[in-house]
Design a protein around this ligand. Sequence first.
Ligand code: NCD
Length: 303
Amino acid sequence: MKHLIDIIDLSVEEIDELIAVGEDIIAHPADYEEKCRHKKLATLFFEPSTRTRLSFESAMLSLGGDVLGFSEASSSSAAKGESVADTIQTVGCYADIIAMRHPKEGAPVVAVRRSTVPVINAGDGGHNHPTQTLTDLLTIHRELGRLDNMVVGLCGDLKFGRTVHSLIIAMCRYSRVKFVLISPEELRLPEYLREMLDKQGIDYLETQDLEAAMPELDILYMTRVQRERFFNEADYVRLKDSYILTPDKLVNAKESLRILHPLPRVNEISVAVDDDPRAAYFRQVANGKFIRMALILKLLEVK
Ligand code: NCD
């Protein structure tokens, strides 16, 4: 039985295969309508979510399956003090596959030890978010036609942004990818990830200057400053508007640039950017459902 806890659980070949299935689902949705008939997905969300939970549920419904679950810890027995491991063991009696989101880093690792069904990490604290990464990779592939040979700028909260962490881990396995890490000093990429890049000899640059970096970027991945991970509100207030992407900042960007954001956005992309053809973040939202369909099929071993 296979789980997806960390993006590194998937080989490059498996990621490429998921992207190919995602593309096929987009092209031929009717072929997939009955694939998960009588299968159940449980979504266990101990933390807020709009896109991740609803795209998982929509994915399973589009495969002909059913969904159950909870969208806040307060409506589950977690509020009574039940452990994650006990909750997972319980839900395994009612569902064939589980997608869970939890505020504690590493919670899904504990969960899988007692799970009788595949578990998907839908985000654990400020650590990882592998299914957002699959969404991002499908989007980059559809927009640029490749996953190698590009300059990827990541901007905003690189410290707490779990989607950034998983995306870097995934993309540094493709050849000739350079990262430009754009953040305030206090929100730099964590040291363990910088060490990983150093060890693997990956080309990267750290800067605070988004506009200076802009002309060389093929992908600009904007992120929200993660308010819920800060220890004090004053730091959040000081840092929250560090970067605000507006149309004038894109004048020196490539025509082929694509702007991604895992969403939700707060202030970091002005709505005036939404009509720019380079703004791919709502196409990215749509891709999230298709790649999760591909992932559910893989983990349930449905042909
Ligand atoms: C992200 C998350 O939850 O980490 N959202 C998402 O899943 N699309 C990004 C965020 O909350 O800023």
